[in-house]
Design a protein around this ligand. Structure first.
Ligand SMILES: Nc1nc2c(ncn2[C@@H]2O[C@H](COP(=O)(O)O)[C@@H](O)[C@H]2O)c(=O)[nH]1
Ligand SMILES: [Mn+2]
Length: 266
């Protein structure tokens, strides 16, 4: 609790285009507790698959909701949701405490999660819910990060015939991490970093640049924004103009948790 993990998890600081206020945006998911639930859930789902529909692929296994297991899984998902929100809140509170300041406002949103509308379950991979029916306890607009050098979009929207009540949750990757690294192999890591992060304060906790998290790893923010507009997916209310961000960095080279272990042993 209170840490953000690695990969594309980030703590982003920027300025509201509308008000000039400083804004802090954190991105991480359900992390280890979510992964543990997923593993357990898939084992249960696979038992149902073998019983109900052995011809269905293992990856497409499901747990029927009208069973004890289905209800328990849904409840566990809600617990994971609470844990995730609490973890974000912890990080935001720690920053406020350190700065000795108060927040003006706070809101959050979710993506890559399961949302329910009556008997329908929406697996919103790559999407963030706009419609309040998916998040009755929601308190503010939704957020769409694109990449570290682009504004985070603050959006709102209603269900329409194209969006099913969801907006894209980000830009998404251009290609795999390995392909991305290969495509830039003719440059040094430092060159790539300097070119892509000019004017920004980008920090990696491990002190190792992770080029697979730089803007070129993600789809063109301009295209994503144009498509949001073309298809009327949601309305952009404000933009958080980037100042900088902190991420774990390349933990393959230098994992902070390994260092901590050594320190504890010493
Ligand atoms: N503002 C930033 N946005 C980023 C950064 N790294 C990734 N991203 C965007 O967030 C989504 C997250 O999606 P997920 O499915 O991987 O959780 C991703 O699609 C990017 O568009 C960043 O450092 N700063
Ligand atoms: Mn993510």
């Amino acid at each position: 609790m209170g840490t953000q993990g690695d990969g594309n998890h980030f703590l982003f600081v920027g300025k509201s285009k509308n008000t000039g206020n400083t804004m802090l945006v954190t991105h991480h998911g359900s992390r280890a507790p979510g992964a543990a639930l997923y593993d357990k859930g898939m084992k249960v789902a696979n038992r149902f698959r073998q019983e109900i529909s052995p011809e269905t692929l293992r990856e497409n296994a499901w747990i029927p909701f009208d069973t004890d297991e289905g209800k328990a899984y849904w409840e566990a998902l809600q617990l994971i949701r609470t844990w995730t929100k609490e973890n974000h809140t912890n990080i935001h509170d720690a920053v406020l405490n350190k700065l000795g300041t108060e927040k003006l406002d706070r809101y959050w949103n979710e993506h890559n999660f399961v949302f329910r509308d009556g008997d329908l379950f929406y697996h919103a991979k790559g999407a963030t819910p706009l419609d309040d029916k998916f998040m009755p306890d929601i308190t503010g607009p939704r957020l769409i990060p694109l990449n570290m050098s682009e504004p985070v979009l603050i959006v709102q929207g209603k269900t329409n015939e194209r969006n099913l009540g969801f907006a894209p949750h980000g830009a998404g990757r251009n290609f795999s991490r390995t392909q991305h690294k290969k495509s830039l192999a003719h440059k040094t890591v430092e060159e790539i970093f300097d070119e892509e992060t000019k004017g920004l304060d980008i920090r990696f906790f491990s002190n190792e640049i992770d080029i697979s998290e730089l803007p070129s790893a993600y789809k063109s923010a301009k295209n994503v924004r144009a498509q949001i507009e073309e298809y009327g997916l949601c309305e952009v209310l404000d933009e958080v103009m980037p100042y900088g961000c902190i991420m774990a960095g390349d933990v393959g080279k230098n994992a902070p948790w390994n260092k901590k272990k050594k320190f504890r042993k010493a």
